[in-house]
Design a protein around this ligand. Structure first.
Ligand code: PLP
Length: 379
């Protein structure tokens, strides 16, 4: 089996899994309990919060544990909207290539009277920060721009957007779900007021994530309950997953440069090989891009068919966002690059991780080449 769908989810690291087990089997206390068992859980929670805060350069009490990227994103955007409503600011700026977690939250706000501007990127999938600047006005409550795109991997000019938002006094949130696995994110350097991310994208468990929120802004809870997460997210903390997420992020951060060099090397090898196949094209910018993603189209080769035949050979890739698979609509990200519907439907996403090897990418290439030729022989 060759797994090359790491933008959808990743394999958990053994060390991360080991770190979880003690808090499921041994020290399974509730961190709100006053006894020793509870205090052990609380200690683990504090330690995990400190580890994560250090990595993204914020204070531990600016970290909120959630169930994952979608929840963090929803809470960030709805909190900004609620603040905006109270300050007569009902305008939000985002981009047209965001993940559905952002787009659908914005849609719900639009239905409730917010004005939403979605900036279209250029045809390489990069958002122009000057366009964002020109849209900011006195009604603007929030700018939410993803750090890196999940389908084509393009990295947005986050530092520039952060500077503009800071200068104009507008809240800035970034969906960092894909970026956190491959980039060094520093919320201070990047002028980020809120960021969202999820452990399962960096070899941690599913169902656990982070919302970073600067201390000068008060989040609105999505889940009411006890005093957990300083009253901003009720519910007994998932200590095992929180500990595991901190461990996964620590491993990712400590090995960032080495892993990135490896992933980029095998990605470039594979991409250059794939481009030797006739009528193949890369979707999205090839410079400002995550090291891990190749979004490529082969003219006249339907991605769904290619995917199915690769699946039969136990090679797992994807046709864009996993959340929209099963739908026959072309990817909204690819359509925003001004591709035709047909071009979008001929595009596949290969996303690599530190666990992929030279041999695997060589096999991916030879199998894709064979299948593309096979499909084209029927055209
Ligand atoms: N944002 C981006 C860019 C993503 O890629 C994903 C997941 O694929 C999400 C948000 C949602 O994250 P989660 O699956 O943790 O809810």
């Amino acid at each position: 089996m060759i797994y090359a769908d790491n933008a959808a989810t990743t394999k958990i690291d053994q060390e991360v899994l080991d770190s979880m087990l003690n808090y499921l089997k041994g020290d399974y206390g509730n961190s709100s309990s006053p006894h020793l068992f509870g205090r052990k859980a609380k200690e683990a929670l504090l330690k995990a919060r400190e580890t994560i805060a250090k990595i993204i350069n914020c204070a531990p009490n600016e970290i909120f544990f959630t169930s994952g990227g979608s929840e963090s994103i929803t809470q960030a955007i709805l909190s900004a909207a609620s603040w905006g409503e109270n300050h007569n600011k009902k305008h939000i700026i985002s981009s047209s290539i965001e993940h559905p977690a952002v787009l659908n939250t914005l849609l719900s706000l639009e239905e409730n009277g917010f004005k939403i501007d979605l900036v279209k990127p250029n045809n390489r999938g990069i958002v122009d920060y000057k366009k964002i600047e020109s849209l900011i006005n006195n009604d603007t409550a929030l700018v939410s721009i993803m750090y890196a795109n999940n389908e084509i991997g393009t990295i947005q000019p986050i530092q520039e957007i952060g500077c503009i938002c800071r200068k104009k006094g507008v809240l800035f949130h970034s969906d960092c779900v894909q970026a956190i696995s491959h980039l060094d994110i520093d919320v201070n350097r990047d002028n980020l007021d809120m960021i969202s991310f999820s452990a399962h994208k960096f070899h941690g468990p599913k169902g656990i994530g982070i919302l970073y929120c600067k201390k000068t802004f008060a989040l609105t809870p999505l889940i009411y309950g006890g005093a957990q997460e300083r009253g901003k997210r009720g519910g007994t903390e998932n200590i095992a997953s929180i500990v595991a997420m901190a461990k996964a992020l620590e491993i990712q951060s400590n090995n960032l440069i080495e892993n990135e060099l490896k992933i980029k090397r095998i990605r470039d090898f594979l991409e250059n090989k794939l481009l030797t196949i006739e009528d193949s094209h890369i979707n999205g910018d090839r410079q400002s891009r995550l090291s891990s993603i190749i979004n490529i189209r082969f003219d006249k080769v339907e991605a769904e068919t290619l995917l199915l035949l690769l699946d039969k050979k136990n090679i797992y890739v994807s046709t864009g966002s996993a959340c929209s698979s099963g739908s026959i609509e072309p990817s909204h990200v690819l359509m925003n690059l001004d591709l035709s519907k047909e071009e979008a439907n001929c595009s596949i996403r290969i996303s690599l991780s530190k666990y992929n090897s030279d041999e695997e990418v060589a096999t991916i290439f030879s199998e894709i080449k064979e299948i593309v030729n096979y499909i084209r022989s029927f055209n």
